[in-house]
Ligand binder design. Sequence first.
Ligand code: LRH
Length: 465
Amino acid sequence: PARKAFAAVDLGASSGRVMVGRAGGGDVSLTEVHRFANDPVRVGGTLHWDILALYRGVLDGLRAAGPVDGIGIDSWAVDYGLLDASGALLGNPVHYRDGRTDGVPARVAEVVPDERLYAITGLQKQPFNTAYQLVSALGTPQFEVAQQMLLIPDLLAYWLTGELGAEYTNASTTELLDVRTRAWSLPLISDLGLRPSLFPPLRQPGSRIGLFGETPVVAVGSHDTASAVVGVPATGPGFTYISCGTWSLVGLELSAPVLSEESRLANFSNEGGVDGTIRYLRNVMGLWPLQECMREWSLSDISGLLASAGREPALRHVVDLDLPVFLPPGDMVGRVASAAGLPRDASPAVMARCIVDSLALAHRRAVEQAQALAGRAVDAVHIVGGGARNSLLCQLTADACGLPVLAGPVEATALGNVLVQARAAGAIEGDLAALRRVLRETQQIVRYSPGGDRATWRAAAERIA
Ligand code: LRH
């Protein structure tokens, strides 16, 4: 098939980019054409996304991309905008790290017990799930007049095309979708006191949304993690992935959800993947604590910091990064130091070492739990996303898990976005295995063999158990 060009819009928690991917036959390549900051803004005590600045970044990027055969948009999950009856946006979307959902999960559990919520949705319990955000908005003037709820990529696609819809993989993170029927759960929506008419019809990755000018806008795995999992260059089903950036999303690709009580208690999520797969994964705190510490130290050179962290003794200070105390922004240095028993003015190298060691331990725990809960053994761990560039973290994750780590591509999300568009446009053919073969043949992948002492890692893992 002839090569075609696609624009991949990929919005992350700290920046957005527009990439142009060229794909055809057995080849895919990417060029970044525009990158812009994503700086949240606190207004009236609430942390918001600056959605119009993001939309401007998207428009500038699409202009820089020039003529393309398609446009696909992905972003972080769970957050949304509300539209009024005329289609106008009601207020700025709220950031999922805002505190407005404090106490909401407990209140919801009195109406819909956690066991029932998990049996229906299969979703991890996170205070920022869309369901909890919407419940926290109940009764506000804005919510009273809202007619439609659009997740972030669906909102941007609506502005580009005028078409309303909810892409399935991202909708699966709302905690309002039935994991078995893969449709909105109307009983759950009404038990939560929400109006079913808020939720637009679902659309599947690969379907056409509409036109922006003359260019088709195509639904991709619009949840960034869904696109990242498409972008994992795995050979068979026996792999674990870690989509590592602000978050580490650690898990398996399955054909059916795991809904056991053990799975619920371990807070594993069954999110919707491309081609009907289930992304069985756990949210691990990821590079967020390190990014926040760097912001507080006014440090921007991560490779220098990691080099000095690499010279610090291993596993001296470890913390359980999955504790909810690390979720919100603000005084991350103080919170990590106090959890680690370090002085607040410990050197950045010591603190960074503590965070990276702790993240490797959190990866180990999630990799082991995923296998045990799903009853599937794996022989390799794929790290994709920005974290694949962090060789200290990749090596420590290999050591901690006792498994080889295959690192790369860094741009798995944009590649997954482009591959799904390319397949819909007929430029590439085949199932996920075929798409991944293209990645193995074209992308750089670095292998880290497990080293270190098993007993030392086991003992360290017990310190955060
Ligand atoms: C990663 C991510 C993750 C969600 C979180 C809100 O960017 O989409 O999968 O849990 O953001």
